[in-house]
Design a protein around this ligand. Sequence first.
Ligand code: BYC
Length: 315
Amino acid sequence: MDTQQQLDDFQRRIDNGEKIEPKDWMPERYRKQLIRIMSQHAHSEIVGMLPEGNWITRAPSLRRKVALLAKVQDEAGHGLYLYSAAETLGISRDELVEQLLDGTAKYSSIFNYPTLTWADMGAVGWLVDGAAIINQVMLTKTSYGPYARAMVRICKEESFHQRQGYEIMLALANGTEAQKQMAQDALNRFWWPSLMMFGPRDEDSPNTEQSMKWKIKKKTNDELRQQFVDQTVPQADILGLTIPDPDLKWNEERGHYDFGEIDWEEFWNVVKGNGPCNLKRLEDRNAAWDNGAWVREAAVAHAEKQAAKRVSKSA
Ligand code: BYC
């Protein structure tokens, strides 16, 4: 049981802006909350490879293929840093992977939407990575040291991802009428799911209040969502594309864009596993795990051989 004295001392450290490190004392709920967020984040990176992996073989040029391949590989790397950072909280990678494969873990709702055209690679980079960066720049200042440090590198790579996506959109938006239409269609399909990435409204977010107190989160879901809208609308204007929201309007008084209501029923449906691609994503991750069994076995056999060699050399 955590004592009141321990809890107070911990809160004082947080209030002073200190980072919490793996061997420091922390409340059990803080540990659990971080494992939850960090593992969902790691799973999102790994599942996030699937909608884009779908287009590697169909990228329209070698340059586009190389950039997309690099982006997808970066996402695998992000997943690995995040699983390692989560392991510092006393949970194993195997447990985390098992929770993903058996469908008990959550990952970002956005990856349960299909990527139907090449323009979707542009929209994902521009909007999905754009939204991810806004959330993750905040997380570079999170109170748990290993998570904050992992985020610094991840954010640098994410900003390359966002730019490669925006550049795809720019090329299409300045292309033929059919290409411009394709870009508009991708924006139409990805706009609302991107706004959903920030999570439920603050008043419906059970985790925000405590996470803000512990400085795990430094901004609320609605604050980050507003920041995303404000940043993205001018970018859509440069592309000459229309954001699919008739209620979108600059509000002089607030100094922010007002925007329409998100379809929360759709959001919760996707979060609960009933989105367009939830089943497919889990099937693909399970197949990748099964098909990779021989690689894991070979790696273990190699490590054992090397260890045996070292023992016989030192004998
Ligand atoms: N999708 O109390 P709330 C990326 C769940 S980008 C699914 O507000 P919290 C990438 C939430 O987990 C994406 N579930 O939660 C980009 C909670 O359920 P549990 C990854 C969602 O944690 C490009 C319940 O709803 N980024 O990786 O305070 C290419 C109530 O929500 C979603 C991160 O993971 C959602 N959109 O705030 C490749 C960043 N939203 O757990 C990859 C780290 C909410 O209580 N995570 N839920 O059963 C966070 O910052 C926060 O977890 C969230 C949610 C803002 C997402």
